[in-house]
Design a protein around this ligand. Structure first.
Ligand code: C5P
Length: 329
C-alpha cells in the first residue's frame, strides 16, 4: 500500500454574473441571489502531514494572507478533522498555498483556498466524505466556499451557499480581469451598500454612478432579491453579447463609493469594445466580457496600455471546481 505524503488540489476564482443583495438580516449577513461563474484563474493548495497545523503562502499578494487561525484554509482543515475519526492520521498538517488569485479582490480567493484544502485533506486522510457532506462543511467556513467546490455556473441563494447548477450549453466565455491597486474589505462594502440604501443615504432611491452599460444596479434594497430571467435566458442561449448586457452587481455602487477610480476602469473597458463590464463581487477587480479569444487579447493589451489598472489577466469560464491534481507518496 502506498502511503500518501501530500495532496495538491487546484481551485478556480469566481465571478458573480448577477449579484442581487437583499436587506441586512438579523445575523448581519444579507440574503442573496447570485449567479456564480468559475473562471480559469487557479490557486493550488498542498496539504501534508505535520506535527501541528501551519500554513505558508507564496505568489500573488502572499504577504496579506493571514497565517494564523484566521486563515480560511486552516479553518477548513480543522472543520473537516472534527468530522473524521482517524486517530493520528488526522493529526497536524502543513498547508502550502500557491496564489494566483489576488487577495481581497472580489474573486473569492480565500474561499477558494478553503475549498481546495477541504478536498486535499479529504484525500490525504482517505476520509471519503462525499461532495454534499463537504459542501455542508464548506458553508460553515464562508459564504463562497461551497461554490468553489462545485465550480461551473450556478445560482446561489441564502448567503450564497445554497447552490443550484445552472443548466446552460457548453459555451466558453472569454473574460478580461483588470486587477486594481489595493484591496476592498467585503464587510465594508456590504456596510457601504446598507448606507447608500438607508433613507439618508446619498442614493437611497436614485440611480448610481456606474458608467452606462456597466453592471451597476439601481435603487433601494428589494424586499427579496430575485434571479434575473434575462440573464438566465442569455446563459441558455450561449450568446455572449446578450450575457454582456445582462451582467449586474448590487454591490457595484458601494464598491465605487469606496474606490471611485474604478469608474474610469469600467468606462475604459466599455469604450474599448467589451460586451459588458462590472465590478467583481465586492471589488476592486473589474471584469469585462469579450466576444472571442482574439477580442479578449486586444482588450487586455489596450486596458493595460490605458493605465487604468495594476495588471490584467485573460481567463475563460466556466471551469470545474476544486479538484485534486496530484498525490505524492
Ligand atoms: O461568509 P463570508 O465570511 O465570506 O462573508 C464575509 C462578510 O461579507 C460577512 O462578514 C458579511 O459582512 C458580508 N456578507 C454579507 N452577506 C452575505 C455574504 C457576506 O453581508 N451573503
Amino acid at each position: 500500500m502506498t502511503i500518501v505524503t501530500g495532496v495538491t488540489a487546484r481551485v478556480p476564482a469566481k465571478l458573480n454574473l448577477q449579484l442581487a443583495v437583499g436587506p441586512p438580516r438579523a445575523d448581519g449577513y444579507h440574503d442573496l441571489v447570485t449567479v456564480f461563474h468559475a473562471v480559469a484563474l487557479f490557486d493550488e493548495v498542498t496539504v501534508e502531514p505535520a506535527e501541528r497545523d501551519t500554513v505558508t503562502v507564496t505568489g500573488e499578494g502572499a504577504s496579506t494572507v493571514p497565517h494564523d487561525g484566521d486563515n480560511l484554509a486552516l479553518r477548513a482543515v480543522a472543520a473537516l478533522r472534527k468530522q473524521v475519526r482517524g486517530g493520528n492520521r488526522t493529526a497536524g498538517v502543513r498547508v502550502s498555498i500557491a496564489k494566483r488569485i489576488p487577495v481581497a479582490a472580489g474573486l473569492a480567493g480565500g474561499s477558494a483556498d478553503a475549498a481546495a484544502a477541504l478536498v486535499a485533506a479529504n484525500e490525504l486522510w482517505a476520509a471519503g466524505l462525499a461532495p454534499p457532506r463537504l459542501a455542508e462543511i464548506a458553508a460553515t467556513i464562508g459564504s463562497d466556499v461551497a461554490f468553489a467546490l462545485l465550480g461551473g455556473t450556478a445560482v446561489g441563494r441564502g448567503r450564497g451557499e445554497r447552490l443550484t447548477p445552472a443548466l446552460a450549453p457548453a459555451t466558453r466565455y472569454h473574460w478580461v480581469l483588470a486587477f486594481a491597486e489595493g484591496q476592498l474589505s467585503t464587510p465594508k462594502v456590504y456596510a457601504a451598500l446598507d448606507r447608500l440604501r438607508s433613507p439618508g443615504g446619498s442614493r437611497g432611491s436614485g440611480g448610481d454612478d456606474s458608467p452606462p452599460g456597466s453592471g451597476g444596479s439601481r435603487g433601494v434594497a428589494p424586499p427579496g432579491p430575485a434571479l434575473d430571467a434575462t440573464l438566465m435566458s442569455a446563459l441558455r442561449s450561449g450568446d455572449a453579447a446578450r450575457l454582456g448586457r445582462a451582467l449586474s452587481n448590487d454591490l457595484q455602487p458601494a464598491a465605487l463609493s469606496l474606490y471611485p477610480a474604478l469608474r474610469k476602469t469600467l468606462a475604459a473597458g466599455l469604450e474599448l469594445g467589451a460586451l459588458g463590464a462590472l465590478v467583481a463581487g465586492s471589488g476592486p477587480t473589474c471584469v469585462f466580457l469579450a466576444a472571442s479569444a482574439d477580442r479578449a487579447l486586444e482588450l487586455a493589451v489596450s486596458l493595460s496600455g490605458a493605465g487604468v489598472c495594476r495588471s490584467v489577466a485573460r481567463v475563460t469560464g466556466p471551469v470545474p471546481g476544486a479538484a485534486v491534481v496530484s498525490a505524492q507518496g
